[in-house]
Design a protein around this ligand. Structure first.
Ligand SMILES: Cc1cc2nc3c(=O)[nH]c(=O)nc-3n(C[C@H](O)[C@H](O)[C@H](O)COP(=O)(O)OP(=O)(O)OC[C@H]3O[C@@H](n4cnc5c(N)ncnc54)[C@H](O)[C@@H]3O)c2cc1C
Length: 493
């Protein structure tokens, strides 16, 4: 008889691990506390508008392709991908913006027009970023992160030091480029991973992902990826039960025997939790079985949380593209407000996504669907007055930057912040993006995917290897499924 595995949660890592486990021959059930799948990437519809609630940047398309290929499909079997050109627009002040072209020649021209001599430096910078990307994809991203030995590939180490990967990304970028707009452009891909001063230059691999591999859009929205993964799970007979919040893992003789929810018990041989790691480790388990102490968790540096507004506007906004970034803040001061002295920011950087620009199906005719997001410190109080204050500030900013009135055309809006992340996903301190990707929290220093006391309990998702982001959480599901398979003695039907 097939071994049974229960997966907690059906975000990207949960769906990925469930699909791989089923492929390995396990009978898989998913328990999901929400009424739909997707986790932080759920979809919301209201007043004729459709909003992706979380991710909107589709980067590293080959990782998605690899996932689908592993199940005998291609991405195109599920959705149509479109490469955006320009990739995005960056605003610095009213009527001061640059569009980031997808074609290399135009990108080099743009750099040269902003800072003389910078196109040559960019070529070198991207060649170096490409080497890092290739090394990391081949030698690090698919590792379970149990021991440093996994990463002791001589080529990897030589590559890392050769490319000065351990210095800070920010100091590396600033040693090459002086014009603030170029610095913003090259530091933006790690905006959500932690403070660029604490992020190692290894992560310039994200610049390669951004500027070379490109920004894509799955027609119909990011939720199409979730639907595709659900389809694969269905074909593999994975069963999903919604509206089940697991509150406890029951233990007998040093093994988890059941996931407990209210008055119901769900029994299995193996358990994989994709819920926020701290919640699984500290809330679902008696303390003596946890991998980490409360003190450990409190000492972690979290990536930012987010205050997001989903806004329906009954007019077109020609000054905006699909992806828009607004920088005016002193980024060092802003980073302090997120990481060092956590407070609500004075002048936050803002991101605005308008998928109706590429996909008319996401808004009524003549309308636009705006997702306005500011990265903020985790663990802040997000009561109604704070949200109203920022809503007012951000709409004002948007009106002034685009020179268009917007306020009176808003027909729908909803805010989403820390307390919503906690209510919907049991998010630790209301985080949006998991742990900051500092050197001390990367690779073997990430929370481990295996429980050290309970041999049949595993963790997946953005808190563990390889880290946050849609492609990486999909990989996390694959890594954990391999470990469960291994622990089961390699059982196959
Ligand atoms: C606002 C925002 C924007 C983002 N933008 C991007 C982007 O543009 N590109 C990108 O690549 N990444 C982006 N990310 C990051 C990416 O979305 C996440 O890294 C990824 O979705 C996390 O997936 P996960 O499976 O680890 O966790 P989750 O998505 O949180 O899934 C966990 C699941 O577990 C369920 N669960 C929790 N507790 C329980 C319980 N007790 N019982 C049962 N079920 C439970 C939850 O309901 C949820 O469905 C963004 C994230 C956010 C929040």
């Amino acid at each position: 008889m097939a071994s049974k595995a229960i997966v907690l949660g059906s975000g990207f890592s949960g769906l990925s691990s469930a699909a791989y486990l089923a492929k390995h021959g396990f009978k898989v059930d998913i328990l999901e506390q929400c009424s739909t799948s997707g986790g932080r990437a759920r979809r919301m519809e209201s007043h004729g508008f459709t909003f992706d609630m979380g991710p909107s940047w589709y980067w590293m398309p080959e990782i998605f392709e690899k996932f689908f290929l592993n199940f005998g499909y291609q991405t195109s079997d599920f959705y149509k991908l479109k490469r955006l050109d320009p990739s995005y627009r960056m605003f610095f002040a009213k009527d001061n913006y640059i569009d980031i072209p997808s074609k290399p020649k135009e990108l080099y021209q743009l750099f040269e027009s902003i800072e003389k001599g910078s196109s040559k430096k960019l070529k070198k910078f991207l060649a170096d970023a490409h080497r890092k990307y290739a090394f990391v994809m081949k030698n690090a991203v698919y590792k379970p992160g149990f021991s440093a030995l996994e990463y002791l590939d001589l080529r990897l180490l030589t590559g890392l030091f050769y490319t000065k990967s351990v210095r800070s990304l920010s100091s590396y970028v600033r040693s090459l480029f002086k014009e603030p707009r170029l610095m913003h452009l090259l530091e933006f891909p790690v905006l959500f991973l932690g403070a660029s001063k604490d992020i190692p230059a290894l992560y310039t691999l994200m610049n390669y992902a951004d500027l070379k591999l490109g920004t894509w859009y799955p027609q119909g929205g990011m939720y199409k990826i979730v639907e595709a993964m659900l389809e694969i799970c269905r074909k593999l007979d994975v069963e999903i039960t919604y509206n089940v919040k697991v509150d406890q893992l029951d233990i007998l003789k040093n093994k988890v025997i059941a996931a407990h929810s209210g008055h119901r018990n769900f029994y299995a041989d193996y358990f994989v939790s994709s819920a926020d790691y701290q919640y699984t480790d500290r809330q679902m388990l008696p303390a003596k079985f946890s991998n980490y102490s409360e003190k450990y968790w409190d000492s972690r540096v979290l990536a930012p949380s987010a205050l997001t507004f989903f806004i329906g506007v009954n007019k077109k906004l020609p000054k905006l593209l699909h992806h828009n970034l607004f920088f005016e803040a002193d980024t060092d001061y802003y980073a302090e407000e997120i990481y060092k002295k956590p407070v609500w920011p004075e002048s936050p950087a803002m991101y605005v996504s308008v998928s109706s620009k590429s996909d008319p199906s996401t808004a009524p005719e003549g309308s636009e669907n705006l997702v306005v997001l500011i990265p903020v410190a985790p663990n802040l109080e997000d009561h109604g007055r704070v949200r109203e204050y920022y809503f007012d500030m951000l709409i004002g900013k948007l009106e002034s930057y685009t020179g268009t009135s917007i306020r009176e055309n808003i027909v729908y809006h909803r805010s989403y912040a820390h307390s919503d992340f906690i209510k919907d996903y049991n998010s630790y301190k209301g985080n949006a993006f998991g742990l900051a990707n500092t050197l001390k929290q990367s690779g073997i220093f990430k929370p481990k995917i295996k429980n050290k006391n309970l041999p049949n309990l595993f963790y997946t998702g953005q808190f563990t290897v390889p880290g946050p982001g849609v492609p990486f959480t999909i990989i996390s599901g694959e890594i954990v499924a391999q470990q469960v398979f291994k622990a089961s003695g390699g059982y196959k039907n």
